[in-house]
Design a protein around this ligand. Structure first.
Ligand code: HEM
Ligand code: HEM
Length: 191
C-alpha cells in the first residue's frame, strides 16, 4: 500500500508544535544572549546604571523566564510525543553526535535560566519594571549571588558553543551532505 505524500512528509519532519517551539526558542535565545552581554557590560564594566541598563536587565529576566517555560513545555512534549526517526542516510556516529548535541542543548536551556533565576533570588533583584516581583526560589545571600552569576555566564557560554556546533551541522547537512536533516525543522526545504 502506498503512503500519501503528506504522510511521508509527516513521518520525516518534526510536528508543527515541535517546530513552532523550536523556532520560538531560537528567536528568544537570539535576543537573550546579546542583551545579557550588553547589560552586564554597561552595568558591571562601564558602571552605567541608567534607565536603559535597567530596562535591559528587566527585559532579560522576562525573556529568560519565558525561555525556561517554553523549554519545559517543549521537553514535556518531547518526552510524551517523541521525535521523528533519524534521517535514514545518517552514519551511526552522526546519529550519536546529533543526539548528544540535542540533549546537551536541552540541559543548558534549563540550567542557564535556572542559574540566572537563582542569582536574582540570592541578590535579590526580583523586581520587574516596578510592576511586580518574581517569587524568590532561594533565600537572599548577596555573596553567593556572584557565584550564581559566574555559573550563569559559564553555562551561557557553553550554550552558545553548542548552538554554534548545532547550526554548523544543520548547514553542513543542507549545503554539503545535501540530505534532509534541515527539512525536518523546515519542511519547505525537504528535497
Ligand atoms: C536561556 C536563557 C538565558 C541566557 C542564554 C542568558 C544569558 C546571559 C548572558 C550571556 C549574560 C551576560 C553574563 C556576563 O557577561 O556576566 C547574562 C547575565 C545575566 N542574566 Fe541571563 N540568561 C538567560 C536567562 C536568565 C534568567 C531566567 C534570568 C533571571 C530571571 C537571568 C538573569 C541574568 C542576570 C541578573 C544577569 C547579570 C549578571 C551580572 O550582572 O553579573 N538570565 N545572562
Ligand atoms: C538558539 C538556537 C537553537 C537551539 C537552542 C536549538 C535547539 C534544538 C534542539 C534542542 C533540537 C532537538 C529537537 C528534538 O529532537 O527534540 C533541535 C533540532 C534541530 N534544529 Fe535547532 N536549535 C537552534 C537553532 C537552530 C538553527 C539556527 C537551525 C537551522 C539552521 C536549527 C536546525 C535544527 C534542525 C534541522 C533540527 C533537527 C535535527 C535532527 O532531527 O536531526 N536549529 N534544535
Amino acid at each position: 500500500m502506498s503512503t500519501a505524500p503528506e504522510n511521508r512528509t509527516a513521518t520525516r519532519t518534526y510536528s508543527r508544535t515541535a517546530r513552532a517551539l523550536h523556532w520560538a526558542t531560537v528567536a528568544l535565545v537570539a535576543i537573550q544572549v546579546p542583551v545579557g552581554f550588553t547589560m552586564a557590560y554597561r552595568g558591571n564594566t562601564l558602571k552605567v546604571w541608567d534607565k536603559l541598563t535597567g530596562a535591559l536587565y528587566n527585559g532579560h529576566k522576562v525573556v529568560g523566564v519565558t525561555i525556561l517555560v517554553l523549554v519545559l513545555w517543549r521537553l514535556a512534549y518531547r518526552f510524551t510525543r517523541g521525535a521523528p526517526p533519524d534521517e535514514p542516510t545518517l552514519e551511526p556516529w552522526q546519529k550519536l553526535a546529533s543526539h548528544a548535541n540535542h540533549w546537551g542543548l536541552y540541559l543548558l536551556l534549563v540550567a542557564t535560566p535556572v542559574a540566572g533565576y537563582v542569582g536574582i533570588s540570592l541578590f535579590p533583584a526580583l523586581d520587574i519594571f516596578g510592576l511586580f516581583k518574581l517569587p524568590g526560589i532561594v533565600a537572599p545571600d548577596k555573596a553567593a549571588a556572584g557565584t550564581a552569576f559566574a555559573v550563569h555566564l559559564a553555562l551561557a557560554i557553553a550554550l552558545v558553543g553548542l548552538i554554534g556546533m548545532h547550526v554548523a551541522a544543520a548547514l553542513f547537512h543542507y549545503f554539503v551532505r545535501k540530505d534532509n536533516v534541515l527539512g525536518r525543522m523546515l519542511p519547505r526545504l525537504l528535497r
